[in-house]
Every structure is written in structure tokens, then in C-alpha cells.
Design a protein around this ligand. Structure first.
Ligand SMILES: [Zn+2]
Length: 435
């Protein structure tokens, strides 16, 4: 950590917070207007030094500058718009509801956390929430429950959680009218107390151009402790790191960037480096094919073990069922084949997409027997099988329409899943069972 490093900050504000939730289904002109206004303004011609440590020239809309972040799968996209009246503002793309590659997981995480704080304060002052307010309040709480306690440096988990949350929001309808604050005095007061006390940051680990950056949030107290700027801009700026506040930057970088992902962190790191080199993420979709052979039972076990490691190999004692989405102890979840293993070629057997964790509380067997099938990641009821009881149907009805989180681009233990491969196996199984 050397002097010359700095933190670029932007005061957090409500319309930016709202962007995180625009995937929620709500037919409203204001909501749609929010979607059209998709960029976060961060600096302009009057602040030429704001981004200069990162890049000498900021690109335009068609060729934005990419800023690689140490704790994000996706780089930040920044460009300079030509709007002289507004002094050519610098903008950051934040179309969370459209493009996965424009999401920065850690910012999303903090936004959900701040929203929880905001709604708790609002709930206390309002005493009783309306049904729509309560629906959103419950969503926020459930969302954080789904993530659980997490080390903030584990950004791949945060990314996957965010991806899943955006998916859930896109199938959730809530009237968000109350979330427009023009005449919602109580909400406005809560916003001042909670949202506005936060700062989005991009921090530089050392002072070289193209050095490592990471992003996060700091609160008002932290901001006041470390800010040494003498300018009066209250929206954005740069905090220079000196002897007084360098230990704080070190603390921040540890909070957000230390990789503690067990033995596979090397694979992940390698792939992140590939990504930073502007290549595609090169996570594997196959296990090594040479380690098993149908002739030897022992080797067969090795293949299964290796696939199992991909899905079950972290320290968490629990795992989410790929069908019902419920979390069970790993003892109660099997790594089920989407296409019957005996019918798979060696190539298919080595494909991590041929298997998926399924729980023993019904999902595994219902899939195997063909009562349910998966189409493009969504669980469906196969009505061709009529030998079904009312109680079985009741269970099936609780899972149809759910989307499997493992379906596509799910990153886990150095591997990434592929939905079109999965579709092939599920199709095969469906046709077999529908005869
Ligand atoms: Zn299940």
C-alpha cells in the first residue's frame, strides 16, 4: 500500500438505489422512465482529475472505457457523454434489469442492505405498512436470507446471488407507486437518515495506472474519518491516501478482496486474470475425461466424485436443490443425472452440465420418473404421466414454474454451467419419459 493511492467516491442517492430493483414487474410510466435513465453520472468536465488515475482518456458511449475490478466478475463501463449543457458528464452503465454484464455484485449487495435499513426505519415511523410496501419489505428480507452470512470478499457467491435475485424480481409483481417519494414524506425522512449516509467507492490498491481496483461502499462516519479533500463538491470526489488514512484503505481492501475460497481459488484466480485480459471467462465446463473408464468400477466412482466435487466441494454443509430451490443438508441432496448415466457417451459423462443437485424430498425421484421435466431451466409438470395422486400433484404444483439456479452461467468451484448443454440432456430425458 503506497502513498498516491486513492478512493474515488460518489454520494449514494435514492434514484440510484431504486435502479437495483427495476426488474420488479410494475407497469407504470415512472418506473419505465427510470429504466430509460440508465446511467449513473459520476463527474464531468469540471473534475478532470477524478478518473485520471484509471485512464487518460475516457471513451464515448459506443466505446466505453472498461475498468477491471478485483472484486467483480464484470468490469465497470465508463464513458463521457457529449452534453455541453451538463458539462459532458462521465457516466457508468447500470442497466441491471437488462444486461447481466453490467452488474457489479458488491454494489448490488450493499444496495439491498441499505434498502433493508431504509425500510426498517420507514416501518418504524409509519407503524403499519400497506400490502405493497410489505411485499417489498418481505422480498428484501428473504433476499438477504437467501444469501446468508457471507464473507464480502467472496464475490463470486455474491454475483450468483445477485443473478438469482434479478431473476426472482423479474417474476415478481409489486405495485411500487409508493416508492416514488414526491409526496411520501415519511419515506423521504427515512431516505435522509439511511440512504444518503452512504458513499459508493472505487478504490485503488496502489498508485500505478492500470493497477488493481476494487469497489465497495463506505458510510458517513468512515467518510468523515478519511476524507481529506478541501473542495466543496458534495456529490463526488477523490480521497487521497496518505500516512494518516492508509491503514483504512488496507482494511477496506482486505474486506473486499482477499480470496478465501479453499483449494480452488487458484483456478478461479487464473480465470479472473484471463477475464481481465479482455478474454472470455474461461471456466471449465468439463471434468478431465481420462480419469474414468467404464470397465473399472473404481474409476467410475472417480468420475462421480469429481463431478460431485464441482457442486458439493465447498465448506458449506448445505446445498440448494436445483429443482425446488430449497436448502438442505448435503446428505439429503443427490447429484442427479439429467440424462440417464448409462445412456451417456464418455464425452457426456464428463460434462458438468449432465448433473444437477436434487433433493431426496421428492425432486430427484419426480425428475427421474419423468413426472417433472426441465425446459430452458424452468421446472414443468409432464402431464402425460397420469398415474399421479392428489398429494403428489400438490408437491409438483409447488415446484412448477421455478427456475433452477444452476441452469446457465452458474459459477461454482472453478466451473461454469451451460444451459444449452443442459437443455439437450433434459430434452432427451423428457422424450424418453413421454413415450
Ligand atoms: Zn428439491
Amino acid at each position: 500500500m503506497s502513498n498516491g493511492s486513492h478512493i474515488i467516491w460518489r454520494k449514494y442517492f435514492f434514484s440510484q438505489l431504486r435502479r437495483n430493483f427495476l426488474s420488479i414487474q410494475y407497469e407504470n410510466r415512472e418506473w419505465k422512465k427510470q429504466k430509460a435513465d440508465h446511467a449513473l453520472e459520476w463527474g464531468n468536465d469540471t473534475t478532470p482529475n477524478l478518473w485520471s488515475s484509471i485512464t487518460q482518456n475516457i471513451g464515448d458511449r459506443s466505446e466505453p472505457t472498461l475498468i477491471n475490478l478485483k472484486n467483480s466478475i464484470h468490469p465497470l463501463k465508463i464513458w463521457k457523454s457529449d452534453n455541453r449543457n451538463r458539462r459532458n458528464p462521465c457516466k457508468i452503465n447500470q442497466e441491471y434489469w437488462l444486461h447481466e454484464e453490467q452488474r457489479i455484485g458488491i454494489w448490488f449487495y450493499h444496495s439491498v442492505l441499505i434498502t433493508k435499513e431504509l425500510l426498517s426505519d420507514y416501518k418504524t415511523s409509519k407503524e403499519s405498512l400497506s400490502n405493497n410496501e410489505l411485499a417489498f419489505y418481505n422480498y428484501i428480507h428473504k433476499s438477504l436470507d437467501r444469501l446468508g452470512n457471507i464473507d464480502l470478499s467472496n464475490y463470486l457467491e455474491i454475483h450468483n446471488w445477485m443473478k438469482n435475485e434479478i431473476q426472482i424480481m423479474s417474476t415478481t409483481t409489486i405495485d411500487m407507486n409508493w416508492f416514488f417519494t414526491a409526496n411520501n414524506k415519511l419515506l423521504n425522512e427515512s431516505i435522509k437518515k439511511t440512504v444518503n449516509n452512504n458513499y459508493i467507492i472505487i478504490a485503488q490498491i496502489d498508485n500505478k495506472i492500470n493497477s488493481d481496483f476494487f469497489c465497495g461502499f463506505i458510510n458517513e462516519i468512515e467518510f468523515k474519518k478519511i476524507n481529506n479533500s478541501t473542495t466543496n463538491n458534495t456529490s463526488y470526489g477523490v480521497i487521497k491516501i496518505n500516512n494518516k488514512n492508509s491503514s483504512y484503505l488496507l482494511k477496506l481492501s482486505k474486506k473486499y478482496t482477499s480470496l478465501k475460497m479453499g483449494i480452488d481459488s487458484n483456478i478461479l484466480l487464473k480465470d479472473i486474470i484471463n477475464f481481465e485480459n479482455q478474454k472470455n471467462i474461461n471456466l471449465k465446463t468439463k471434468i478431465d475425461i481420462d480419469i474414468f473408464d467404464e470397465k473399472y468400477k473404481g474409476r467410475r466412482r472417480k468420475e462421480q466424485k469429481k463431478l460431485k466435487y464441482i457442486y458439493f466441494g465447498d465448506n458449506n454443509p448445505n446445498i440448494e436443490c436445483g429443482i425446488c430451490g430449497k436448502i438442505y443438508n448435503k446428505t439429503f441432496v443427490w447429484m442427479s443425472h439429467l440424462k440417464k448415466r448409462g445412456e451417456c457417451s464418455d464425452e457426456e459423462k464428463s460434462d458438468i452440465n449432465v448433473v444437477m443437485p436434487m433433493c431426496l424430498f421428492g425432486c430427484d425421484k419426480l425428475y427421474e420418473e419423468g413426472y417433472i421435466y426441465i425446459d430452458k431451466g424452468v421446472i414443468r409438470h409432464n402431464k402425460i404421466l397420469t398415474n399421479i395422486t392428489k398429494d403428489m400433484l400438490e408437491y409438483v404444483n409447488t415446484i412448477v414454474g421455478k427456475k433452477s439456479k444452476y441452469w446457465d452461467e452458474y459459477i461454482i468451484n472453478g466451473a461454469i454451467t451451460n444451459g444449452s448443454n443442459r437443455q439437450k440432456y433434459c430434452r432427451w430425458h423428457y422424450e424418453k419419459k413421454s413415450k
